[in-house]
Design a protein around this ligand. Structure first.
Ligand code: FE2
Ligand code: FE2
Length: 316
């Protein structure tokens, strides 16, 4: 289906829409990695400066990128048939859902997908690399399975260490550096499971917090790629309070923030369905938008992160 839609774009006399191409590339995060790598290559003289797919598509030329989808199976090495017919797998759905939520958490008025979208899309790129090289083991770990009954007190990174000898944050950082991605992306890939380990003044502190929260939200909305998390577990997690307390998001309360996260589910579904029109970039509900507009005053500084992150902290 992806190829058919890309061919349709090429047949049109109009320049392919960048947001369509970003959406297509999101359906294959490994392909997206190659697109970003291409834009950061020496050939374009932009090595390590392009931090988002939208910019990458522009640098490479939208018609060239559309041609990549129309004429190649996939950079991920899947066969032509499987690429033509495949629907997004659990890893891809988790990546796309995290990308959309990260974009929404980062900036609710921007239409063009920016760095947060790309960081969210690729945050678990290490899992995709494991899935490509060890599909059987990856299927056990990342699909809902009884595996987690036997590892009920273990976190995802430890299980990956057990199976693969390293975890997906280490692989993600390695991929980012190998592909000459901008340094902040490499740091987000490495720290997205423990953003609180960064000092608040660190240049990727905010983005790592956003991706960390987006990944949990995506998991709780039904797009897990590892240990499943219920909405109730998600709601009790301390990271939402941290986003509000530290002013990373404009919401006044965690309740408003969580209510709005839930509302993103239908937009994620639409985005994943390539036959449907490109949905609007998620926007906050009126209640939260009004609260955000009322909240023009700066937040008090020095309010430390809340403690008590629960079981959900093991998963993203
Ligand atoms: Fe992760
Ligand atoms: Fe994740």
């Amino acid at each position: 289906m992806l190829r058919r839609l890309a061919a349709r774009l090429l047949e049109s006399s109009d320049q392919p829409d960048r947001r369509d191409l970003v959406r297509f590339s999101a359906m294959d995060p490994l392909m997206a990695v190659w697109i970003l790598k291409g834009a950061n290559s020496l050939y374009y003289g932009l090595r390590s400066t392009v931090d988002n797919l939208s910019h990458a598509v522009e640098v490479l030329d939208p018609r060239v990128v559309a041609g990549m989808f129309a004429n190649t199976p996939a950079a991920s090495g899947t066969t032509e048939d499987s690429y033509e017919n495949k629907s997004p797998d659990v890893l891809t759905k988790h990546s796309v859902a995290t990308a959309l939520l990260a974009h929404w958490l980062d900036n609710r008025s921007r239409k063009e997908p920016g760095c947060a979208f790309t960081a969210g899309l690729m945050h678990d790129i290490g899992k995709h690399v494991f899935a490509l090289n060890h599909p059987d083991e990856a299927a056990k770990i990342y699909s809902a399975s009884s595996l987690w009954d036997n590892f009920s007190h273990t976190d995802l990174l430890s299980v990956e260490q057990l199976f693969f000898g390293l975890d997906h944050t280490e692989v993600g950082e390695f991929v980012a550096r190998k592909m000459h991605f901008p340094e902040p992306l490499a740091q987000v890939f490495r720290t997205h499971h423990d953003p609180a380990s960064l000092p608040p003044y660190h240049r990727v502190y905010r983005m790592s917090q956003i991706v960390n929260a987006a990944s949990l939200g995506a998991t709780a909305l039904g797009y897990a790629a590892g240990i499943p998390v219920s909405w109730e577990q998600c709601s009790q997690d301390g990271r939402w309070e941290r986003l509000v307390e530290e002013g990373i998001v404009p919401d006044k309360t965690t309740e408003n923030l969580l209510e709005n996260i839930r509302l993103q589910k239908s937009r994620i579904e639409s985005y994943l369905d390539l036959e449907s029109p490109l949905p609007d970039i998620p926007r906050p509900s009126h209640s939260t938008r009004a609260a955000a507009e009322r909240d023009a005053s700066p937040r008090p500084s020095g309010s430390g992160p809340p403690s008590g992150i629960g079981r959900a902290s093991r998963v993203t």
